[in-house]
Design a protein around this ligand. Structure first.
Ligand SMILES: Cc1ncc(COP(=O)(O)O)c(C=O)c1O
Length: 418
């Protein structure tokens, strides 16, 4: 047996795990008491209706007990009522939905349920980092295809797939495609036409689609969030992932779900039932109440799903104006929590870009240390091959309180004077 420091060495599946980047950047932000517009957690006060749902839930005795492993009955019924019209089908709450401890756990369950050692999953790059970690844990391999800016890179919608490159990524080892829309970090919302194309390639190769749609409620301008599973012939191969944390801006609640056909969902239910067993009953009950409340005020001025995108778009506009004033180039998002910003005009020397040096990391550390403004480098969302595509970009989060946004804009404008 291989020993390390006198105890058994960790399992091989952990060989690629090192310092967690989120831990590194959040402790840097804390150390410098920085205004944090990097990480994707809203810091606004929880709205009254959500506070009320928690109060009501805790008073129900059974909401404080273990619940059904595959998903709290009241929540899965609410999710079925909420999503059936959005998918143009009647979703069965018990067999076509699984809930988990955040979208994180549901994604882990999906990858664990379907990826064997040696299997491949195609992922659109840049991508949320946990897809890579989950693939490592399953012994699978991610095959990354980058979004490339075509035309005016100042608009997220102009970051597109090269179709030849995309199709070349598929082989007989490919079992899954992982997509994110609205996209983290680019802020792109894939159009119906793009999703039809992606779906057709997946159908040709008999691949499961893991569609991460945690930012589905944050859609700007006249864009439309299209659910790939709602397109003709797609439901059968899609797992659609959502998050109450992102939907209701309460990321600490950690309630997520996946929707899909019973034969796929039942496999995720197996993984969840032997990992976490259930997500907290109390919060599943509160999320169910929140959806019910939201449906009762839909299309009125009290609707949270109306307020949230409007507020985040306003915040994005404020940050975009501030960055533009100092000569940086923000990439206007179609939706989601994030916006990326080209920092080339901050004066970095990009002459050794191809050596793999990531200026975004230097830039983020410099902004945090010297100006007390925390952001996130984009290169952490890439594999080694394409990391150079991101070297000039940092990510900012628009899901922040007025106070945080105003403070961040002041700091950004002060950079001009330096
Ligand atoms: C694209 C994406 N998917 C999933 C998650 C995880 O969501 P949750 O907080 O519900 O686990 C995040 C969180 O930042 C995310 O950005």
């Amino acid at each position: 047996m291989k020993l390390e420091n006198g105890v058994p060495a960790p399992a091989n599946r952990l060989k690629n795990f090192g310092v967690n980047l989120w831990a590194e950047f959040s402790s840097l932000a804390k150390e410098h008491k920085a205004t944090n517009i990097g990480q994707g957690f809203p810091d606004f006060v929880v709205p009254d209706f959500l506070q009320e749902e928690v109060r009501k839930a805790v008073a129900i005795p059974s909401a404080n007990w273990y619940t059904r492993a595959q998903g709290h009955p009241r929540l899965v019924k609410e999710l079925a009522a909420e999503f059936s019209p959005l998918f143009n089908r009647s979703i069965d709450p018990m067999s076509e939905i699984v809930t988990g401890v955040g979208a994180y756990e549901v994604i882990y369950a999906a990858i664990t349920a379907f990826i064997n050692e040696g299997d491949e999953a195609v992922v659109i790059e840049p991508h949320f980092d946990c897809y890579a970690g989950d693939m490592d844990l399953s012994g699978g391999k991610l095959v990354r295809v980058p979004l490339r800016p075509t035309g005016d890179a100042k608009y997220a919608k102009n970051w597109t797939l090269d179709r030849e490159e995309f199709e070349a990524a598929f082989s007989e080892r490919t079992k899954m495609l992982i997509t994110t829309t609205p996209h983290n970090p680019i802020g792109k919302i894939f159009t119906k036409e793009e999703l039809e194309y992606i779906g057709s390639v997946c159908k040709k190769h008999n691949v499961i689609i893991l569609s991460d749609e945690v930012y589905e409620r944050v859609v700007f301008d006249d864009n439309e969030h299209v659910r790939i599973a709602s397109l003709p012939g797609m439901w059968e191969r899609c797992l659609t992932v959502g998050s109450a944390g992102k939907t209701f801006s309460v990321t600490g609640w950690k309630i997520g779900w996946a929707l899909g056909p019973a034969n796929l969902i039942s496999q995720l239910q197996h993984v969840s039932s032997c990992s976490t067993f259930t997500a907290p009953t109390l919060l599943q009950e509160a999320v169910a109440g929140a959806f019910e409340y939201e449906r009762s005020v839909a299309h009125t001025d009290d609707a949270y799903f109306k307020w949230l995108p409007a507020k985040l778009q306003q915040n994005c506009q404020m940050l975009s104006d501030a960055f533009s004033e100092i000569g940086c180039v923000p990439v206007w998002p179609d939706g989601g929590y994030f916006m990326i910003v080209d920092t080339a005009n901050m004066g970095w020397d990009f002459s050794d870009l191809k050596t793999g040096r990531c200026y975004d990391v230097d830039c983020v550390k410099w902004l945090t240390r010297e100006f007390k403004l925390a952001t996130i480098p984009i290169s952490v969302f890439y594999g080694n091959k394409n990391r150079h595509l991101a070297a000039k970009y940092i990510r900012v989060c628009c899901a922040k309180s007025d106070e945080t946004i105003v403070r961040a804009c002041q700091i950004i404008r002060s950079l001009k004077k330096q």
